[in-house]
Design a protein around this ligand. Structure first.
Ligand SMILES: [Zn+2]
Length: 308
C-alpha cells in the first residue's frame, strides 16, 4: 500500500507570498483555508519510513503539521524520513534540505545535474556526506530507495525527462553540471512493488508530448504542474514580466494547456500541484476552479493524504 501526503501544493513563494499584494495573497492573509505551503509530497510503502519528493523552504512548517513525519515516541533523535528525491534544482525544491541539517541520516536522490548544483553551493555541505548520502539517479533508469539499514524499501521510482528549464537563478550563468543534456527537470513514476499500484509526480513540466501522454494514460493518480492558469497571467496581473513558458511551466488552460492536453486520457485522479498565488483556480468560488473541476482536476489542500 502506498501512502502519499501532500505537504504543500503551492509554487515558489507559497500562498500568501511574503511580499505579494495580489488579490489572492491579500485574501489568504485573513482566510487560512486559502493558505498553502510550497510544493512537496511525502510517500511511504510501509507507513514507517517516508520519502520526500522535493524539500521546500516550508519544510519545517510542513513537518510540524504532519504527524506521520514526527520523531518516534521515546527516541531522543529520530526521523521517519529515509530520503529525499529531488526533481529539479529550483529553490522551492531544494532549500528545505537546509532544515534537515541536524545530523539525522538520510539519502538525497537526484540527477547529476542537480547534485552538481548542491555541490557547487558550499552551504549544502552542512549536510555532511557522512550522514547524508548523495545518490545519482538517471532518466529512464528505475531505482529503489533504501531504508536506513540498507534494506530495500519496496518502492520503485522511474525518473524520466520532461520539457523544462534549469533553475532560474542559473539563467545566463554556466550550469555547474554543464549546459548540455536533460536532467534539470524530471518527472517520476512512483510504484509500490508489492501491489503494483503507482502514481506520477510532475511538479514542473513545460509541455505535454505524445510520449508523456502515453506514460500517463492508465495511471491511478497524477500530480501535475499547475503553476499558472494562463501563460501570460503574471504579466497581465502586473506581477512579473515572465510567462509560464518562460519559467518552464505549462498553463492549466488554453489549447496547449494541461487540462486540454490530458483530456481524454484514462487517469484515476488528477491533482494540480505547484500552484502559483496568481492562479485564480486557487479560489474555490472562481470560474477557473469550476472549469478545472469540471475537467476532473483537484486542487489539493496541504496535509491531504491519499492511499493507493
Ligand atoms: Zn500573490
Amino acid at each position: 500500500m502506498l501512502r502519499v501526503v501532500v505537504l504543500g501544493a503551492a509554487a515558489g513563494g507559497g500562498v500568501p507570498q511574503w511580499n505579494c499584494g495580489c488579490p489572492i495573497c491579500r485574501r489568504a492573509r485573513t482566510a487560512p483555508e486559502l493558505r498553502s505551503t510550497q510544493a512537496s509530497i511525502a510517500l511511504s510503502a510501509d507507513g514507517e519510513h517516508w520519502y520526500l519528493v522535493n524539500a521546500s523552504p516550508d519544510l519545517r512548517q510542513q513537518l510540524i503539521a504532519t504527524p506521520q513525519l514526527h520523531p518516534k515516541a521515546g527516541q531522543l533523535r529520530h526521523s521517519p524520513i529515509s530520503g529525499v528525491i529531488l526533481t529539479n534544482g529550483e529553490i522551492d525544491a531544494v532549500a528545505g534540505l537546509l532544515s534537515m541539517r541536524e545530523g539525522s541520516p538520510f539519502t538525497i536522490y537526484a540527477h547529476e545535474k542537480v547534485l552538481s548544483i548542491l555541490k557547487a553551493n558550499s552551504i549544502f555541505d552542512v549536510l555532511s556526506g557522512k550522514n547524508v548520502r548523495r545518490q545519482a539517479i538517471e532518466a529512464d533508469k528505475a531505482f529503489e530507495p533504501m531504508l536506513p539499514d540498507g534494506a530495500p524499501s519496496g518502492i520503485e521510482i522511474l525518473p524520466f525527462a520532461v520539457p523544462g528549464k534549469s533553475a532560474w537563478y542559473l539563467e545566463g550563468r554556466a550550469h555547474p553540471g554543464g549546459d548540455d543534456g536533460t536532467g534539470d527537470t524530471l518527472g517520476l513514476r512512483i510504484g509500490d512493488k508489492a501491489t503494483g499500484r503507482y502514481f506520477y509526480f510532475l511538479a514542473a513540466c513545460a509541455g505535454v508530448t505524445d510520449d508523456l501522454k502515453s506514460r500517463l494514460n492508465g495511471a491511478p493518480l497524477i500530480f501535475f504542474d499547475g503553476t499558472v492558469w494562463r501563460d501570460d497571467e503574471l504579466i497581465a496581473a502586473g506581477l512579473s514580466n515572465k510567462t509560464g513558458q518562460g519559467m518552464g511551466h505549462i498553463a492549466m488552460s488554453g489549447d496547449g494547456g494541461a487540462i486540454a492536453s490530458l483530456a481524454g486520457l484514462d487517469i484515476g485522479r488528477k491533482m494540480f500541484l505547484h500552484i502559483n498565488n496568481s492562479n485564480p483556480a486557487l479560489l474555490s468560488d472562481s470560474a477557473e476552479r469550476k472549469m478545472a473541476e469540471r475537467a476532473g482536476w483537484q486542487i489539493p489542500a496541504d496535509g491531504m493524504e491519499i492511499t493507493l
